[in-house]
Design a protein around this ligand. Structure first.
Ligand code: CA
Ligand code: CA
Length: 380
C-alpha cells in the first residue's frame, strides 16, 4: 500500500512538471523571419546579433534546379521550414531569451551542420554564459543533425543564448549551419540522480550495492527496480580507483554485464513526443564500458541492436531518439548487454523532456499519408 501511494505521488509530481511548464521562446527560432535572403545569403539575421571574423546570413532550401542557389546549405535538406542560418568563421550568434523560471531545468535543442564534407567547423552553445554543448567537430555529413544539450538550471528570467563557432576543429572556410533553435522544460526522473538510498560513506568496498548482492550498501527504497549487476555507488568507492566523481550529487548508477534498472514514468501526454537525456562514462582502471540500450516501453530509443559502450572515463551527455507516448505511463529501462568480462558503465542525471516541435511530426505524418495516396493512385 505504501509503495502504491509512493508510485501515485511520483506520477502526480511528474504530471504537473511535464505538462504545466511552458518553455521560453527563441526569437526567429527557425530563421524563417526577415527579408528574403539574396544570393549568396550574407546579411542580418532577424532577432540575432552576429559577432565574428567572417560573414553570417540565411540560406533558403535549394531549388534543386542545377543551380547552387544556397551555397552554404550545399544541397542539404532544411530541417524545419524553408531557411537555415549560416555563420562563417569563428564568432557567435546570440540573443536575449526571456521567460525562464528560476530554478527550473531546461535543455536547448537545435539542428547543426557544416558546409563541406572535406572541411570542418567547431560549433558549441552556451546559455547565461554556461556551456551547454561543448565545442565539437562538424562537417557536411549529408544533413543537419539534431542536438540536445545537457540539462541546465535557469539562474535568471532572462538569459543570453549563444550559438558559437570556435576554431578547434576548423578548416577551410569554417562554416556552421543552424536551424530550429528551441528550449524545453525538462524533468528529472524520480531518483534520476541516484542519490537515494545513500550508500555508506566509509571506505572502499562498502560504498556501493548491486542487485546481485555485492557491496556493503543497499538498494532498498530506490524508486528504480534493479537487476543482476546493476546498482548504485558513491564517489570514492571501489569502482572509482582513479576518482571519477558523479556529475550530479555524490552517487551514480552502474551496470555490469546484463544488469538493468527501470521505472515507470507517469504523467505523459498520449501522442506527445519525448526524449530522455542522461550522462554516461566507462569505469576507470582499464576496464571497458558495458554496451547498453535504453528502452521506452518495448522500443529501443538508444543503443541500436548491439548497444552503445562509452569509451571515455569522463561523464558525457547522451540523449535518446524522440519517442511518442502511447500511454500516460511508460517504462524506461537501462539494459546492459555485456555478455561476459568485467565491463562496467556508469550513469547519472536522467531527465525527460518534451520534444517542442510536434508540428513537424504532424507534417511528416501528413507527408507519409500523401505518399501512400500517391502510390495508391499510381497503382490504379
Ligand atoms: Ca528553418
Ligand atoms: Ca547523482
Amino acid at each position: 500500500m505504501g509503495r502504491m501511494i509512493l508510485a501515485m505521488t511520483v506520477g502526480l509530481v511528474l504530471a504537473g512538471a511535464l505538462q504545466a511548464r511552458a518553455a521560453p521562446a527563441v526569437t526567429n527560432w527557425s530563421f524563417e523571419e526577415g527579408t528574403a535572403p539574396v544570393w549568396p545569403g550574407y546579411g542580418d539575421i532577424s532577432g540575432w546579433s552576429h559577432v565574428g571574423t567572417g560573414g553570417a546570413g540565411v540560406n533558403p532550401a535549394s531549388t534543386a534546379l542545377g543551380t547552387d542557389y544556397s551555397p552554404f546549405l550545399s544541397g542539404q535538406a532544411v530541417p524545419e521550414g524553408s531557411r537555415i542560418a549560416f555563420q562563417q568563421g569563428a564568432g557567435t550568434l546570440s540573443q536575449e531569451v526571456s521567460g525562464f523560471t528560476i530554478g527550473q531545468v531546461y535543455t536547448l535543442r537545435y539542428y547543426v551542420g557544416g558546409r563541406f564534407a572535406s572541411t570542418g567547423s567547431s560549433p558549441y552553445a552556451s546559455v547565461g554564459g554556461v556551456t551547454v554543448v561543448t565545442e565539437h567537430a562538424k562537417s557536411n555529413t549529408g544533413s543537419l543533425a539534431g542536438v540536445i544539450s545537457a540539462p541546465f538550471v535557469a539562474t535568471a528570467e532572462t538569459l543570453t543564448l549563444t550559438l558559437g563557432n570556435g576554431s578547434t576543429y576548423a578548416s577551410g572556410d569554417n562554416t556552421v549551419l543552424w536551424d530550429a533553435v528551441s528550449f524545453t522544460a525538462s524533468t528529472k526522473l524520480a531518483d534520476g540522480g541516484f542519490e537515494n538510498p545513500v550508500q555508506p560513506s566509509d571506505t572502499g568496498w562498502t560504498k556501493f550495492k548491486q542487485a546481485s548482492g555485492t557491496g556493503g550498501g543497499t538498494l532498498a527504497g530506490s524508486l528504480w527496480t534493479w537487476t543482476e549487476g546493476a546498482g548504485i555507488c558513491q564517489n570514492g568507492g571501489a569502482f572509482q580507483g582513479a576518482g571519477q566523481s558523479a556529475p550530479e550529487g555524490v552517487q551514480h548508477a552502474l551496470i555490469q554485464q546484463t544488469g538493468s534498472f527501470y521505472q515507470t514514468v507517469s504523467g505523459l501526454e498520449v501522442g506527445q513526443s519525448y526524449v530522455f537525456t542522461w550522462f554516461d562514462a566507462k569505469r576507470n582502471d582499464g576496464h571497458s564500458g558495458n554496451p547498453y540500450q535504453v528502452l521506452a516501453g518495448d522500443t529501443v530509443v538508444f543503443g541500436g541492436t548491439t548497444g552503445y559502450a562509452p569509451t571515455s572515463t569522463a561523464f558525457e551527455s547522451r540523449n535518446s531518439k524522440a519517442f511518442v507516448a502511447t500511454a500516460t505511463s511508460m517504462q524506461v529501462k537501462f539494459l546492459g548487454l555485456g555478455a561476459s568480462g568485467d565491463v562496467t558503465t556508469f550513469f547519472d542525471n536522467v531527465y525527460i523532456s518534451q520534444v517542442p516541435e510536434p508540428s513537424s511530426i504532424v507534417v511528416l505524418g501528413m507527408g507519409i499519408i500523401g505518399l501512400l495516396c500517391y502510390a495508391w493512385r499510381k497503382k490504379r
